[in-house]
Write a protein that binds this ligand. Structure first.
Ligand SMILES: [Mg+2]
Length: 253
C-alpha cells in the first residue's frame, strides 16, 4: 500500500515485538526513534501490558537506551485507572498484578469478591482456581466490568509466546456469561483518545507503529490514525519487514 505520512506530528510505538522482546531491544528500534525525533516527530508508547506501571515501563525503556518521560508511556492499566477515577467507580475487585492493584487503590476502594460493584481485569500471572472462583463471583455481582484488553497471547522474553490478559477475560466471559462494559486497551479507542487529549494532537496526525494486525492496525483504524505494520505482509496496510525500515519509508525524499 502507498505510504503518505505528510502532516504526521507523533508516532505511537507498540512495545512487545516492536521495540523490545522482554528485556532485549529490537535492533533498529532506538535508531528509528532517534531518527523520527530528529525530524520533529513526537514519540509515544502504547502497550496493552497492564501488569506493570507506567513508571516501570519507562525505567525499562531507559535501561534499553531509549529516552522518554513517564507521560509519554501509556499502558492499558493506566487507562483503566483513569476510567475508574473519571466514572467515580467504587468497591472494586481486581484481577491483576500487585502494582496494578496499588495504582487502582489510589482511585477506588479495593474489596473482596463478595462486596464488588466493579470488576477490573488485567493480566495476572498467578491466576489459579482460587482466583478464578473469586473473579467469577465478582463478575456475577458487579454493575460495571472493565477489561484492560482481550489479547490471548504475546511474544515476550526469549521471543517466546505467553498467555495474555485474554486468558483471564476469556475465562470470565465464558463462566459468567457477561461481557465487559468497557475494554480500554488496543484495538479499542480509549487509549488513543487519552493520548490525543493529553498531547493535544488529533489522532489523524499520529501514526501507530506495531507488529500486530488485530491489535495495532485495528487500534489505528478505530481511532482514525495512520498505521505501519511491522513484520507481516498485508494488502490493506503499509507494511515494513523490520522497525529499521520505517526511516526510509517515512522520508523517501
Ligand atoms: Mg506487539
Amino acid at each position: 500500500m502507498e505510504a503518505d505520512f505528510s502532516g504526521i506530528k507523533a508516532a505511537v510505538f507498540d512495545l512487545d515485538g516492536t521495540v523490545n522482546y522482554g528485556d532485549k531491544i529490537i535492533p533498529g528500534a532506538k535508531e528509528t526513534i532517534d531518527f523520527l525525533r530528529s525530524k520533529g516527530i513526537r514519540i509515544l508508547f502504547a502497550t496493552n501490558n497492564s501488569g506493570k506501571t507506567r513508571q516501570f515501563l519507562t525505567d525499562k525503556l531507559h535501561r534499553l537506551g531509549i529516552e522518554c518521560d513517564v507521560e509519554d508511556v501509556y499502558n492499558s492499566g493506566y487507562v483503566a485507572v483513569r476510567l475508574v477515577e473519571e466514572k467515580g467507580l467504587r468497591n472494586t475487585y481486581v484481577v491483576g498484578s500487585n502494582s496494578f492493584k496499588e495504582e487502582l487503590s489510589k482511585v477506588t476502594n479495593i474489596v473482596d469478591e463478595d462486596h464488588a460493584d466493579t470488576l477490573v481485569v488485567g493480566i495476572d500471572t498467578r491466576f489459579d482456581y482460587e482466583r478464578m472462583t473469586a473473579a467469577l463471583r465478582a463478575a456475577l455481582r458487579s454493575k460495571t466490568i472493565i477489561f484492560c484488553n482481550e489479547d490471548v497471547s504475546y511474544i515476550g522474553e526469549g521471543e517466546r509466546i505467553f498467555p495474555g490478559a485474554g486468558a483471564m477475560t476469556g475465562f470470565i466471559t465464558n463462566c459468567s456469561g457477561r461481557r465487559p462494559d468497557h475494554i480500554v486497551g488496543k484495538p479499542n479507542t480509549p487509549m488513543f483518545d487519552l493520548i490525543s487529549r493529553n498531547t493535544g494532537i488529533p489522532c489523524s496526525e499520529m501514526v501507530m507503529i506495531g507488529d500486530s494486525y488485530r491489535s495495532d492496525v485495528g487500534f489505528a483504524r478505530n481511532a482514525g490514525a495512520k498505521c505501519i505494520l511491522i513484520g507481516e505482509e498485508r494488502d490493506d496496510v503499509v507494511c515494513v519487514p523490520t522497525v529499521r525500515d520505517i526511516q526510509g519509508l517515512m522520508w523517501t525524499h
